[in-house]
Write a protein that binds this ligand. Structure first.
Ligand code: GLU
Length: 465
């Protein structure tokens, strides 16, 4: 639960690649937390790493967020547009003596580091420029360093992990501005989170080690830090680091696989958060139920099978109009009532939108792809004559009524003394090319007499070999 009046969260991606599962989950948690408490969600692009940041990555991140519906109230801000703000804060720290200029050269530092390593000490900056009040016009290149605490401890109060204690002796006087005048990563994050009045920083636990360093900067600036929640890693289903072989890594690839955005949000949120044993959540449920106190401290495992299952559950419940809209042009030109029938027929079995569109083609298009195994097993010389007789018999059926098709079909079976199960699979393979489909009479009524009889006769032909 939150004890602050205005909740402000942010997502702060570094645009050095596409938006991956881990990053997306951080975004989703931050977004949901803001939604849960009527707060604001801010998007900030951390593009200070000139060499690795690309416009293409920014666009991909924005596209993925738009696909997921992760709308932001403020931003996107870009750190490269905020140089002046960072410099004004650096000046503040220099003026107040909380930061100092350092003219140590790389060679000096390397030499010292080597000596420290040799003597078994942890290599860190020895503070030789600290307290020297080196002026800006020193005539040499300089960096600006924070004058951090030398002893004592820095405690990170993490909402998920409790208090995590760091020894200040482990934190050296870190650089906040490089010789070329560019501010460093940890410094920009602090200035931005403070300036953007972020109340809760929700991020991956790979950033936990940065947090004490950032707290030192907050303290030096006399600013109140936000609350922190460091969320655990997402691993692959085998417990190893998530990689391509566990499923796609880029969020947009899931869109292309036919996953619904709400199902993706649902599954991602369940990766590390739980609410009793509920698995399927509508977006509104997520927005009203998500909270940080039910986020797990331990790593979660990504399971493509479970994501697909979650997707199938969402598909089944989805309103047909929304389904048609999200399917692009897959169902174009099909009259309303017919489309309703088709979707009601296919929805219970489809796992993805791609599945749904592919199964629709079986009933809409003229051509048919046959599954070879099913053909070999069910379209045989034994079934060929039955199929051809059945087709002749069905000429009299009124295909406008599925009960009528069923009656004629059953009369034929009775006459031959056959059980439905003997003929059901051969007919199904003849009609659909495979052994799995909605109810036989439903698909026959949907396809109509001409297409059905032609396919059953073609099935007989294939059976004769
Ligand atoms: N830009 C960082 C990243 O993409 C996130 C930093 C943060 O959330 O504080 O990993």
């Amino acid at each position: 639960m939150s004890d602050q009046t205005q909740i402000r969260t942010r997502f702060a991606p570094s645009p050095t690649g596409y938006l991956h599962i881990g990053g997306a989950r951080t975004a989703v948690f931050s977004w949901l937390y803001a939604k849960r408490y009527g707060g604001k969600f801010i998007l900030r692009v951390e593009d200070t790493d000139n060499e690795r940041s690309t416009e293409d990555s920014i666009q991909q991140i924005l596209d993925a967020m738009a696909w997921l519906g992760l709308d932001y109230d403020e931003g996107p801000f870009r750190q490269t547009d905020r140089w002046e703000i960072y410099h004004s804060f650096i000046k503040k720290l220099l003026d107040s003596g909380h930061a100092y200029r350092c003219v140590c050269t790389r060679e000096d530092l390397d030499e010292k580091r080597e000596l420290m390593q040799k003597s078994g000490a942890k290599p860190m900056y020895d503070g030789s420029c600290r307290g020297k009040d080196i002026p800006a016009d020193v005539g040499k290149p300089y960096v600006v360093r924070i004058a951090g605490p030398k002893d004592g401890k820095t405690e990170v109060e993490d909402l998920l992990r409790g208090t995590v204690v760091f020894d200040n002796s482990e934190l050296d006087d870190m650089i906040i501005m490089r010789t070329d005048g560019s501010p460093t990563y940890n410094f920009c994050v602090v200035v931005d989170d403070a300036d953007m009045k972020i109340s809760h920083v929700i991020r991956g636990d790979d950033h936990l080690a940065n947090t004490p360093r950032q707290l030192v900067i907050y303290k030096a600036l006399g600013l109140k830090p936000p609350k922190f929640a460091h969320v655990s890693m997402i691993l692959g289903s085998d417990g190893k680091r998530l990689s391509k072989r566990h499923g796609a890594l880029s969020v947009l690839e899931y869109r292309d696989m036919g996953i619904l955005p709400d199902a993706f949000l649902n599954y991602l949120t369940r990766l590390g958060w739980s609410h009793g044993d509920q698995e399927v959540f509508t977006l509104d449920e997520l927005k009203s139920k998500f909270d940080l106190d039910a986020v797990s401290k331990s790593a979660s495992r990504f399971d493509l099978e479970k994501m697909t299952w979650t997707n199938a559950e969402h598909l089944r419940k989805m309103d047909n109009k929304a389904l048609v809209k999200i399917s692009g042009n897959a169902f174009e030109g099909i009259p309303g009532e017919r489309l309703e029938t088709l979707l009601e027929m296919l929805k219970p079995r489809a796992r993805t939108l791609v599945d749904l569109a592919a199964s629709a083609r079986i009933y809409l298009e003229d051509g048919l792809e046959y599954d070879e195994k099913s053909v070999t097993r069910f379209l045989t010389s034994d079934t060929a004559s039955l199929l051809s007789e059945l087709a002749d018999r069905l000429e009299i059926a009124n295909f406008g009524r599925k009960e009528d098709i069923e009656t004629v079909f059953n009369e034929y079976l009775e006459e031959k003394g056959l059980k439905l199960k003997i003929l059901a699979q051969p007919v199904r393979v003849a009609l659909t090319g495979g052994t799995v489909s909605p109810g036989l009479f439903d698909i026959m009524a949907f396809m109509g007499k001409d297409k059905c009889l032609a396919r059953i006769r073609e099935g007989a032909r294939r059976g004769r070999g």
